[in-house]
Design a protein. Structure first.
Length: 382
């Protein structure tokens, strides 16, 4: 006898021994009763062969089974289509399990649907792991949101008395005081300013972290803004005997649309860092038009210094929160270590980017690229 002649018998035997659950339903009977279940189905569900045959498979469902999934199956069967669902089922002893159910219709040569074949996988473990992960993620998100909110509130509370202290220091300096007292007041003022800077930075970080920081699209004059920015750093550079100068591309448009305040915040940060980390030489701000079309103008701002430079192994974490190239730098030069992170995040909000080139002992150059809308595009859009 050839193997082929034995095939129908062999198939049933093979399917009965499969390690997946297989079910066959009579598609010609309106109640869709089970006409075959393999051994694995009886092990998975706890229902014997006799207890299953002749019944509709819905006996596996219970109170927590999602009715929407059930109605999706019903719809697929009505249309005689294949379907794949994840459905919560119950064993005979009432134990819940997640069932990945695949159903296929089987048609005869005349196109009549005679059977539905179902294959069931127990995916309880995977579902459980997914649930755990979801829970852990939402918990972590909630916690970090709560922390950021707390930091925001705390810093807000700190800012008010700090502003009061700064005001009083200024008033005290106006009175009739000795040189020594003047010196003490100046030190107090510097410390207050450093603290205010940290508080402002962490307020920004908290806002950025909660997605509360917005960017504006207002008209501004780029050249005027650049001049103003450089001017505010002249005194600090002069005090350290460093030359500070600016080179701006002549083809920069007179007017652009964007967020001048945020741009200023970024450039202020880079310039004050450049001055802070430079003992001798110069700090230069260069502004070039990188790309220009009717719609937008891409500007590139380069801040170059002849300072101590950044060790190459520390460059990759430069824009991460709470890192400062070397902890001793932080102590020596002050700062919250948040400035560059804020710059990067602000630039991302403005669709811009920031990169850095540095050579230890020679200097550092930051390149900031920001797209701005040209005036024409606004009028065209309107
Ligand atoms: C071949 C086949 C296997 C099925 N296996 C299961 C199953 O393991 N678990 C389940 O909850 N439903 C299963 N069903 C679905 C139910 O039998 C039923 O079709 C579904 O509950 C929707 O119909 P109803 O609204 O009449 O209950 C299967 C259906 C077919 C056709």
């Amino acid at each position: 006898m050839s193997l082929n002649n034995q095939l129908p018998m062999q198939w049933e035997f093979i399917i009965s021994k499969l390690k997946s659950s297989v079910t066959v339903v009579d598609a010609t009977s309106p109640e869709f009763p089970l006409m075959y279940v393999n051994e694995h189905f009886t092990r998975l569900t706890g229902y014997t062969h006799e207890e299953s045959i002749g019944r509709n498979c819905r006996f596996l469902q219970g109170t927590d089974t999602n009715p929407e999934t059930v109605s999706n199956i019903r719809e697929a069967l009505r249309k005689q289509q294949s379907t794949k669902v994840e459905i919560l089922n119950y064993t005979k002893s009432g134990q819940k399990f997640w069932n990945e159910l695949n159903i296929d219709p089987i048609f005869n040569e005349s196109g009549d649907c005679l059977y539905f074949v179902g294959i069931q996988y127990d995916i309880t473990e995977r579902k459980f792991a997914e649930e755990q992960l979801k829970l852990a993620t939402s918990l972590a998100e909630k916690t970090s949101r709560g922390q950021l909110e707390f930091i925001g509130k705390l810093n807000h509370e700190l800012r008010t008395p700090l502003n009061g202290i700064m005001g009083m220091i200024e008033l005290a300096g106006m009175g009739d005081i000795t040189e020594e007292q003047k010196e003490y007041l100046e030190l107090a003022r510097q410390s207050g300013e450093a603290l205010l800077h940290i508080v402002n930075n962490s307020l920004d970080m908290a806002k950025l972290g909660r997605g509360k920081m917005g960017v504006e699209h207002i008209e501004f004059q780029p050249l005027k803004l650049i001049q103003q920015i450089v001017k505010t750093h002249e005194l600090a550079a002069m005090n350290k005997h460093i030359r500070i100068f600016c080179h701006a591309d002549l083809s920069i448009p007179d007017v652009l649309w964007g967020d001048p305040l945020r741009l200023r915040q970024v450039l202020d940060n880079l310039l004050s860092n450049a001055i802070k980390f430079t003992e001798q030489g110069e700090v230069q701000l260069r502004v070039d038009v990188k790309q220009r079309s009717h719609e937008k103008t891409m500007l590139m701002f380069s801040v170059r210094d002849t300072g101590i430079g950044i060790p190459s192994h520390q460059i990759s974490q430069l824009f991460d929160a709470f890192t400062q190239s070397d902890i001793s730098h932080a102590r020596r030069f002050g700062g919250s270590g948040l400035g560059l992170t804020i710059c990067k995040e602000l630039l991302e909000l403005m669709n811009g980017s920031i990169t850095v080139d540095s050579a230890e002992g020679k200097g550092t150059e930051f390149h900031v690229t920001v797209p701005f809308r040209s005036r024409q595009s606004i009028f065209n859009a309107g």
